[in-house]
Design a protein around this ligand. Structure first.
Ligand SMILES: [Zn+2]
Length: 312
């Protein structure tokens, strides 16, 4: 599998200085920051998780502190959102404190070494494509279904970033083939309305349940009630499954990936993984294309593993 952009491949059998180095990965999530270190043999030799500070400056300091604790090595960082390719200004993050900031520059200054930074869903995609559920497949579409809905696309081992670093933002594509159950479109933090993330995510599940029943429960409470047979909660999960099937079918109609790989907290739901393929098929152009859908192999660790691999 080709290495990500900017990383040179070495001939098999040659031992390079790079292969002796330690690789640090940091994943800045909305609630937790994870760090790990791979040694030269891809063995995890350090792992730590802390709470994400709510404000920008304390978050930068917390990441720098984690990297110092992790020790020597290259530093790869995953974070929600992306840097504007022209100005470096961070945008589109659901960790809104980092929007409008020069995140990469500020992290690099605080850490005191060169860093590579990448959208968190792209890090997840890189990890699962390399040695996870997507290994060996040519085209892979990734979703991280958690508080939000992240997307990633890897083709022939390369992350597809696009001309404006906005490719595979599946969560902010419009929910396709809307019905009266989806109407009126839900307002999104990005300023648009009807974004996929507002329907398929922990946030989306809570909003949908409240809209239909008038009651506000957490995502975990809704799932627990559905498992106990509560009709309104089970119906909310079915609506989320149908909406997710439409979102996936829309992607299939564009790129028809070899496999969909699902990660994030809500990917534990069979409704969004094992049970999904026939529902996707109904919405594809032919009505018959049953896609391969699998759960991420490295679970919640995929993002931080991928971040560590940004240097190869
Ligand atoms: Zn949006």
């Amino acid at each position: 599998m080709p290495a990500p952009d900017g990383v040179k491949n070495h001939a098999p059998g040659t031992v390079t200085k790079k292969q002796h180095e330690r690789r640090i990965g940091v994943d800045i999530g909305g609630t937790k920051i994870d760090a790990l270190v791979f040694d030269h043999a891809d063995k995890v030799i350090f792992e730590k998780r802390i709470d994400t500070p709510k404000d920008y400056e304390p978050m930068i300091k917390a990441v720098a502190g984690l990297v110092e604790e992790a020790g020597k090595g290259t530093v790869g960082i995953g974070a929600p959102g992306s840097g504007d390719p022209e100005t470096g200004v961070w945008r589109n993050s659901n960790f809104v404190a980092s929007n409008g900031q020069t995140l990469a520059k500020d992290l690099e200054a605080a850490i005191g070494r060169p860093i590579r930074i990448e959208n968190d869903a792209n890090c997840f995609a890189l990890s699962e494509a390399k040695d996870g559920a997507g290994a060996g497949f040519g085209s892979i579409a990734f979703f991280t279904i958690g508080t939000g809905l992240g997307g990633g696309l890897v083709i022939d081992g390369k992350i597809i970033r696009g001309a404006h670093a906005e490719a595979a933002e599946f969560g902010h594509t419009g929910l396709p083939w809307m019905t009266e159950l989806d109407w009126p479109p839900v307002k999104c933090f990005c300023g648009k309305q009807g974004c996929a993330e507002m329907y398929v995510s922990g946030t989306g599940l809570v909003l949908d349940y409240k809209r239909v029943t008038g009651f506000e429960l957490t995502g975990q409470e809704i799932i627990a009630r559905a498992r106990l047979g509560a009709v309104a909660a089970a119906a909310a999960l079915m609506r989320m499954q149908d909406r997710f099937a439409r979102i996936c079918a829309n992607i299939l109609n564009v790129i028809d990936p070899d496999i969909f790989v699902m990660g994030g907290g809500l990917s534990t739901l069979p409704e969004l993984v094992e049970e999904l393929p026939p529902h996707i098929a109904r919405y594809t152009f032919s009505g018959k294309a049953i896609p391969r859908v699998e759960r991420a192999k490295h679970g919640g660790n995929s993002g931080v593993r991928g971040a560590a691999r940004l240097w190869g």
